[in-house]
Ligand binder design. Sequence first.
Ligand SMILES: Cc1cc2nc3c(=O)[nH]c(=O)nc-3n(C[C@H](O)[C@H](O)[C@H](O)COP(=O)(O)O)c2cc1C
Length: 444
Amino acid sequence: MLEVVAVAGIDEIQPGDDIAAAILDGTWEWADGTCTLADGDIVVITSKIVSKAEGQILDSADRDAVIDAESVRTVATKVTPRGTTRIVQTHHGLVLAAAGIDASNTRPGTVVLLPRDPDTAAATIGTALAERTGANVGVLITDTFGRPWRMGLTDNAIGAWNVQVLDDFTGKTDAHGRTLEMTVIALADEIASAADLVKGKVDQTPVALVRGLAHLVGSPLTAASLIRSADEDLFSLGTAEARAIGAAHAAHARRTVRDFTTDPVPHHALQIAIEAGVCAPAPHHTQPWRFALLHDQPIRTELLDAMATAWAADLAADGLDEPAIARRLARGDILRGAPALIVAFVDTSQAHRYADHRMIAERDMFIASGGAALQNIMVSLAAQGLGSAWISSSLFCPETVRTVLNQPSTCQPLGIITVGWPAEPAKPRPVMDISQYLITTSTP
Ligand SMILES: Cc1cc2nc3c(=O)[nH]c(=O)nc-3n(C[C@H](O)[C@H](O)[C@H](O)COP(=O)(O)O)c2cc1C
């Protein structure tokens, strides 16, 4: 049987108070009518009274500065008419609103911080309770958290001593014989929530006792082991914050990647990239971009063979001998080895016609628009974790490429984007000194 009982008679805790003594001075009643602590009992304590005993109480006027001091990073910010809510990660590693700083159940004009080190506090209280009662008890210190995706708050364990906080089912089999892959139960949080059902937030009942889980008492793990590191967390930032970082770093994340794994590139990843490509600006309200997506179709080999023949002819005309030509052609292997190719064109048929220099400007506008589209495509590929390289060779044999892919003479090849999963992570881009790119202009 599982019993959860509240401890009555705990007076307002003051800095320096002995929490273990306050609990033992309180009263409770198990189902058998006794008021004892026995081996296997778990003592669940609201963090607020631990904080108060530690003197973690500050003037509420300093609230924002206190949140800053308690935080190591901001996870999410929400602005509402009532003020700004900040979800932060505290120096303990906990992710919660306002660093867990709380103005409820404390003297007006003051706020209570979380305990300095909840695991150590749990150990101190647990050791004192064990010494004074002779019982092998466990201790949890809890705080109330909001939860992503779920309405309502629940209590969670932020400090633990002598309690099994996690139950790892990974590798065990379910009732149907299937192996469980990622099932780890947060036992300490479940116990914390059960205890909160009898503690209550408004009637100052900060301690509950749980009996019937003796098999979970006697574990060296602490509540710190419940913290998922930001690196392993799929949701380590709020949606708005993640979007802002993604937007700010999108262009930086693209690097030319020339070595790919042999894994295939999903067609829908190319489609997403092309959708980004056709968001590019273009002259005269046109949409002049055209793309051939090539994976391993026969036409891909046909195209690359035809381009190699055209290149060899150019090199022979330059006077290179056969071995030199073969060496140069080997540089085109990147196009043969890449898992996918985006053969890009810009259609200049809607360029305005002029009999003078403006004709070149018209063509340049369309080429520039093609470059913008290809940049969008490569940034989108990088955002999807794919690598890409812009290979120029199709620019040098436009007629060949048009013929193989059956495109009109107005279609100008822009190069071929190779796409694949990077063989190794791309090197981070060095910090750019933009001054070298800025043209100095004299002030009027
Ligand atoms: C129009 C154009 C043509 C390019 N042609 C080639 C090419 O034929 N082969 C190649 O390996 N890289 C090619 N690149 C990629 C550049 O070498 C690459 O962008 C440059 O080294 C900078 O590296 P980053 O893209 O990682 O910033 C080309 C880039 C552009 C814009």
